[in-house]
Design a protein around this ligand. Structure first.
Ligand code: PBG
Length: 314
């Protein structure tokens, strides 16, 4: 038998990206592969101080890594699936989706145990439009028109520093990123999906390869987690059907209830009504096709309830 192929992982150099790449590295090494990391700075990393949706969206974190796969400098790229565009470019494939970390949003604040306890006139920081519209709805329900939501950009350490410096009284981050970096003790509370519905793919890692690398797709198969993959396929199908980019305030979250997949979605407009449009459904799901069909069906219901793509997009 031939020995397992050597694998080079292209990775961004943020602490979270490096943790994720090393996580995959150790799983592959345990299976006998020799693994090296190729660190890269992406355009997305260079402009972390600007609102991503204004400068071209999620693809920015992925494209440079794909160049390295295309020209053979690297074999695989490890991504937070939340940051991966719905349609990969021609010639690339998602080889596997791995077991999900906590998919929920986390509340981080030295000042308040939750939104209701915020001091008068508090500033809450968050970056994604999804979290903005969810927070706005939650604050309106609590009658907290005094609380302002302000943009918060940068990698995890930068965001926590801005909180600690007092620019915000509380911030909302993915629980998964904090836990992976050993910062779980910064989490004051996790939002249940009824309070802050997570983004499609949040907390799940995916491994991208060149579509012609059947050898790697085979080698990565043992890292796949089918129960996560089906959840994420349903969630991503919603984003796809909605023309989803990160300029869209869209939440899509699936979880298992026995053999059935329960998919919940929410959509809002940053300048629109505080109350979000929501749609949900369940289905018996055993294949990626069935998961995607559920996603398409719930997306159609969400559109019928009033959700739409931004300005003229399909
Ligand atoms: N938006 C950036 C991003 N991409 C993935 C994660 C967290 C980890 C994950 O979802 O797997 C984060 C940080 C955050 O949203 O707070």
């Amino acid at each position: 038998m031939s020995s397992p192929p050597a694998i080079t992982i292209a990775t961004r150099e943020s602490r979270l990206a490096l943790w994720q790449a090393r996580h995959v590295q150790s799983l592959l090494e345990a299976r006998g592969h020799a693994v090296t990391l190729l660190g890269m700075t992406t355009l997305g990393d260079q402009i972390l101080d600007r609102t991503l949706s204004k400068v071209g969206g999620k693809g920015l974190f992925v494209k440079e890594l794909e160049h390295a796969l295309a020209d053979g400098r690297a074999d695989i790229a490890v991504h937070s699936l939340k940051d991966v565009p719905m349609e990969l470019p021609e010639g690339f494939a998602l080889a596997c989706v791995m077991e999900r970390e906590d998919p929920r949003d986390a509340w981080v604040s030295p000042h308040a145990a939750g939104l209701a306890d915020l001091p008068q006139g508090a500033v809450v920081g968050t970056s994604s439009l999804r979290r903005v519209v969810l927070l706005r709805e939650a604050l309106a329900t609590l009658g907290r028109a005094d609380v302002r939501i302000e943009p918060l950009r940068g990698n995890l350490d930068t965001r926590l520093r801005k909180l600690d410096e007092g620019q915000y009284q509380g911030i909302v981050l993915a629980a998964a990123g904090l836990k992976r970096l050993g910062l779980g003790d910064r989490i004051r509370a996790v939002f249940e999906p009824t309070q802050s519905l997570p983004a499609a793919g949040q907390g799940a890692l995916g491994i991208e390869v060149r579509a012609d690398r059947a050898d790697l797709i085979e080698a990565l198969r043992p890292l796949a987690h089918q129960a996560t993959w089906l959840r994420v396929a349903a969630e991503r199908a919603v984003s796809r059907a909605m023309g989803g980019s990160c300029s869209m305030p869209l939440a899509a979250h699936a979880e298992w209830v026995g053999e059935r997949l329960w998919l919940r979605t929410a959509w809002g407009e940053p300048e629109g009504a505080a109350t979000l449009v929501r749609a949900e459904d369940t289905a018996s799901v055993a294949s990626l096709d069935e998961a995607e069909a559920l996603g398409a069906r719930v997306a159609a219901a969400l559109r019928a309830a009033g959700a739409h793509a931004p300005h003229g997009e399909a």
